[in-house]
Design a protein around this ligand. Structure first.
Ligand SMILES: CC(C)(COP(=O)(O)OP(=O)(O)OC[C@H]1O[C@@H](n2cnc3c(N)ncnc32)[C@H](O)[C@@H]1OP(=O)(O)O)[C@@H](O)C(=O)NCCC(=O)NCCS
Length: 185
């Protein structure tokens, strides 16, 4: 690959602008009645697996190709989900960087034995990096918030991004310092 082609695939200075995509273009809801095959040893449902599945689909749709999970944070399981419950997993791209995207996921459940509106039972934020066929990060289209709520989510995601990078940097620096002092663990 030439230097210029390499820069373009990673989104460097030679990369052409990619047209933006509205949030609604990749927003996805998966509805699923929970069965025994979705449960853990306690008989409640594995929340993380289904969140990751839907978030991955959103990241793939937004970026138009494969995307890998770079990080997963602020996972909250507010209430257990039980076999028979109808679960709705809603996900959208909240924020985009050069090659990464934050996907926000909300999990709502309708109890199989109650006629109440769905309640939120969980949420998470996942960062995906779009990758090419060789697993190298590739550019993603900027997400275009469409509503005030999308705009708020974009701004909050930017705050989380700043904190994630700062935390990662601080941990790397600590490890380097400890290694330089000859501390082994
Ligand atoms: C994620 C991955 C592609 C990043 O590759 P890399 O060589 O570190 O590339 P970069 O440093 O350019 O990072 C690419 C993007 O991901 C973001 N990123 C990388 N690690 C991150 C992390 N831990 N948290 C948040 N964002 C992260 C970078 O900020 C960058 O985003 P930007 O271009 O929008 O600024 C690479 O680490 C990888 O393939 N990891 C394994 C992923 C995987 O297998 N996931 C499945 C686990 S179940």
């Amino acid at each position: 690959m030439t230097d210029q082609a390499e820069q373009a695939s990673a989104g460097g200075p030679a990369a052409p602008e990619i047209p933006g995509k509205p949030t609604s273009a990749s927003r996805t809801t998966l509805s699923h009645i929970m069965t025994h095959s979705d449960t853990n040893l306690l008989g409640t449902v594995h929340g993380g697996v289904i969140m990751k599945l839907v978030a991955g689909a959103v990241a793939g749709r937004h970026s138009g190709g494969p995307a890998v999970t770079a990080s997963m944070d602020e996972m909250a399981f507010l209430e257990p989900v039980r076999v028979g419950d109808l679960v709705h997993v809603k996900a959208q791209v909240n924020w985009t960087g050069r090659t990464s995207m934050e996907v926000g996921v909300r999990v709502l459940a309708e109890r199989w034995n109650e006629s109440a509106p769905p309640t939120q039972v969980g949420s998470a934020y996942l960062v995906f990096a779009a990758v090419d066929a060789d697993g190298r990060p590739r550019r993603v289209p900027p997400v275009l918030p469409e509503t005030e709520r999308d705009e708020r989510r974009w701004q909050e995601a930017q705050i989380r991004r700043t904190h994630r990078l700062a935390r990662r940097r601080a941990i790397m620096e600590l490890r380097e310092r400890r290694a330089a002092e000859g501390i082994e663990d």
